[in-house]
Write a protein that binds this ligand. Structure first.
Ligand code: ADP
Ligand code: MG
Ligand code: ZN
Length: 483
């Protein structure tokens, strides 16, 4: 039987405001437990919340960038549930009047551009963090648990898609496009390791010929791209097997275990009425004027899609390059800084997509933290053009710059990497190579053109890559005569 998977994502993003959603405490990550707390975020009696204006502005920007309608009258609600990481006994969230709805995000898949509809964008507050003692860090095996309220009250954005995704790959592309967009907007660092971007996945499976959606399960807290796709793969297979045997899917919340790559049942699904939502009486409704929305619109930076087009039209880059370079704002900015200093965009692009990206990946370095700057790269490209170094040597110069941050001229001089352009010296090496390689020279003279490449390689070897290959080529041809 032919089954199709249906996926919808709920993403939580911590906003990078300086202070929390409803109090003045700092949001900085990584400080000692319970050092960033106050009566408001600890829910001491008599304390009252106050809405963080910056968080609302950030949310407006996100809603606009996701093509949402902005609610001019919106409201906060209390979502009631008991858990020790939530000192108030409820979370201040948004319910039927979220700030943004009915938007979409365009993603680029192998089958072209697709619109993934956004159901809603709303504001809420993060919870504290429970730290379970024991080796696994899981609650079921812990002797005791401690609670850190530093994260409690950090502004949180929830972005919910419609069930428009069909494969784990698509879900991954969506999440990475969303992350890219949020980084362009500078509203969150979207650091999955530190938990500032977290994702819950809703999954169902249906027979290919059905219009209705199947019963879904929700897998909680997938905190990396790898976990997202593994969890989806497992869950899709699990549901298919049940359906193929004529069974039914239970609507429930599941947990993904990264050590076994399986999902397990956590609890049966809670319903909205379980939370006893009601309007937050400690906060006035939030009115968002047209003027405020206009200000948000004016403050939007150039977004990834527009930048990609401009890179193609303005710099004459192929679509592939434009896509790769704009897939992070930092990389796009790096490219443009280079393009101001050096006149051949495609050459810059080749270095950024090639050596630069591989070294960044291999060392797990962010573009922003790279020791190689646009000055480094463009100075090196000029050295190649001036004939000071060969393209081949440039690769090792680049690596050295990447590791040490030294300027290319310094590296080249200190390591004696300048290209040998002295014809006499090269002619001597060419003569040596010809004498040492009777077979190849014979082949060449008998018309086997490919033997020349071998001989060029031999000269290169003697100079440790420092010769100009075109010059060697010419010298060899002159010596050997012929074609
Ligand atoms: P809930 O009440 O469980 O939160 P919602 O209808 O609000 O459910 O949807 C939550 C998420 O689940 C959304 O991202 C939505 O797109 C997705 N979703 C809803 N129904 C399905 C389904 N049948 N299969 C897969 N995803 C679904
Ligand atoms: Mg849900
Ligand atoms: Zn506080």
């Amino acid at each position: 039987m032919d089954f199709e998977a249906v996926i919808g994502l709920e993403t939580h993003i911590e906003l990078s405001t300086v202070t929390k959603m409803f109090c003045g405490c700092s949001t900085v990550f990584g400080h000692p437990p319970n050092t960033q707390v106050c009566p408001v975020c600890l829910a001491l009696p008599g304390s009252l919340p106050l809405i963080n204006r910056k968080a609302v502005e950030y949310t407006i920007k996100v809603a606009l960038a996701l093509n949402c309608q902005i609610q001019s009258f919106c409201q906060f609600h209390r979502k009631n549930y008991f858990y020790p990481d939530l000192p108030k006994g409820y979370q201040i969230s948004q319910y039927d009047l979220p700030l943004g709805r009915n938007g979409y995000l365009e993603i680029n898949t192998e089958d072209g551009t697709r619109k993934v509809r956004i159901h809603r964008v709303h504001m809420e507050e993060d919870t504290g963090k429970l730290i379970h003692s024991g080796l696994t860090g899981r609650i079921s095996e812990a002797q005791e648990s401690a609670v850190d309220f530093n994260r409690c009250g950090v502004p949180l954005l929830e972005i919910v898609t419609e069930p428009d995704l069909r494969t784990p790959e698509e879900a991954k592309i969506f999440l990475s496009s969303l992350r890219n967009l949020l980084q362009y907007l500078e509203v969150s660092d979207c650091n999955m390791e530190e938990g500032s971007l977290r994702c819950d996945a809703n999954i169902s499976v249906r027979r290919g010929d059905m219009d209705e959606l199947g019963t879904k399960t929700e897998v909680k807290n997938l905190n990396s791209f790898r976990f997202l796709s593994r969890a989806l793969q497992y869950e899709i297979e699990r549901q298919k097997k049940i359906l193929a045997k004529g069974g039914v899917i239970r609507q429930e919340t599941r947990h993904f275990d990264a050590t076994t790559n399986r999902t397990t049942s956590l609890r049966s699904k809670e319903m909205a009425h379980d939370y006893r939502y009601f309007p937050e009486p400690d906060l006035v409704p939030l009115e968002i004027s047209d003027q405020w929305v206009d200000e948000g619109r004016r403050s939007l930076p150039e977004l990834p899609g527009a930048k990609r087009l401009r890179f193609m039209e303005g710099y004459g880059l192929p679509e592939y390059d434009a896509e790769a370079l704009t897939s992070s704002r930092a990389m796009a900015d790096f490219f443009e800084e280079c393009a101001k200093r050096y006149h051949r965009p495609k050459i810059i692009s080749n270095w950024l997509m090639g050596d630069f990206t591989s070294l960044l990946n291999a060392t797990d370095t962010a573009v922003e933290r790279s020791k190689v700057t646009p000055e480094h790269l463009t100075e090196m490209l000029k050295l190649i053009d001036e004939g000071v170094i060969s393209g081949k040597i440039a690769k090792s110069v680049f690596e050295e710059m990447f590791n040490t941050g030294r300027m290319p001229r310094e590296v080249v001089e200190e390591k004696g990497l300048t290209q040998i352009a002295d014809e006499e010296e090269l002619a001597r090496l060419v003569a040596e190579v010809i004498a040492e390689n009777e077979k190849a020279t014979g082949d060449y003279r008998e018309g086997k053109g490919s033997a020349l490449g071998f001989l060029v390689g031999q000269v290169m070897k003697k100079t440790r890559g420092r010769a100009n290959p075109e010059l060697i080529n010419r010298l060899l041809r002159e010596r050997l005569g012929g074609s």
